[in-house]
Design a protein around this ligand. Sequence first.
Ligand code: BGP
Length: 479
Amino acid sequence: MSVLRKDFLWGGAVAANQFEGAWNVDGKGDSVSDHCTTGSAKTPKRITVKIDPGTLYPSHEAIDFYHHYEEDIALFAEMGFKVFRTSINWTRIFPTGMESEPNEKGLEFYDKVFDCCKAHGIEPLVTISHYEMPYALVEKCNGWEGREVIDYYMNYCKAIFERYKDKVKYWLTFNEINCGTMAFGAILATGTVKGFEGYTNEVPDRPQERYQALHHQFVASALAVKYAHDNYPQFKMGNMICFITSYPLTCNPDDILANQARMREMNWYCSDVQVRGEYPSYAQSIWDKLGVTLKVEPGDAEILKQGTVDFYTFSYYMSNCVSTDPNAKKTDGNIATGAKNPYLPASDWGWQIDPKGLRYSLNEIYDRYRIPLMVVENGLGAYDKKEADGSINDDYRIDYLRQHIEQMIGAVKDGVDLMGYTPWGCIDLVSASTGEMAKRYGFIYVEKYDDGTGDLSRKRKKSFDWYKKVIASNGDDLA
Ligand code: BGP
């Protein structure tokens, strides 16, 4: 007998900029992601101020969901998806972010996507802003550092809430909002990269800008939540955190304290604001350490209080260790790096694989907030190999997902209220951190390669049938 809710939301997750393509079609404007080139596990991607016609930008075609949505959603339905997490590309609706009227063609596209989901009995879960900030707003006000972006974001929210009020119930205000606490987050999360051109790992570390931008995002998120609650009581509004559990490398009390500080800064800072409606007690110590002076307007504290989220969602891929020993061995991961955990294997991109860390995280988060949780990203980015007969036997992916689902079920037994699970990149798409196609997550293989070639045809991998069985048994049959 399944321990998961009867209405458990099984599905998959993607983001518009990583899979839609059609980057300048039907009036769409360019977002920050459209200015990012392809990279690899070893070479970071680059961001360019101007779009260079001679350079390959993977978001421009991606896997062209824009013209394949019916086929793709039918495949999701075949697996038995109850929910499909996608994002709305802000620049399809407001090409520069600053127009007063939305772009009708962009709105029509998502009408078609949501109607198609409905026809298959799939509930959309929509991320309002998933690394898709209009590039024009980077140029105008250094992205979210400009307080005026709150108004632009609210115009966008009002337009999509009203248009899709009968089609979408679940909304997430910002993808992985806490990436703004890290230097690399300046590119995709806060958009505080005005004029910056170069490798994405060389982006200047300017915490003052990122933390100010984050404050504006908190206010925007709270305003959107409050507006939704006031006008569309049927909506459920969530936050979304990139949760990277960290452990002290040793029981040296210095490591314990250092890890506590890391957990606060990295994982708790943003959700404490979004769930509890106020800055945590330790916020000032973080600002002091980083030399940040926050500009807060009168009334902001009330807004934060009034716009707390209904449910908490997060991505979970890996864990890390924290050490005060400068000689501790480091991971070679390309997102959040840390000290190497000798008990854990790692993916080809250096992300340490830790299923039990998911159970631990679910328990920690639920203990802290006591609101429903949802794992809205999880998965293994891997090099897939097509056999001579065309099949893709991704047993490594099945193993990874099985172990994480087992631990998720363990957490539910521990008492966690878990709403659903949407593994990342249910169909192969462009990697956010490296811009590659070669880092694949999907149950569905897409013929698209890093050099831009490929006929875009879709193919079921071995994990497709496995996941279908998992969903049909509500998590009982993981074999
Ligand atoms: C998260 C992002 C996604 C996604 C995923 C996997 O950080 O929300 O957009 O891409 O990570 O990361 P990557 O694509 O770098 O492998």
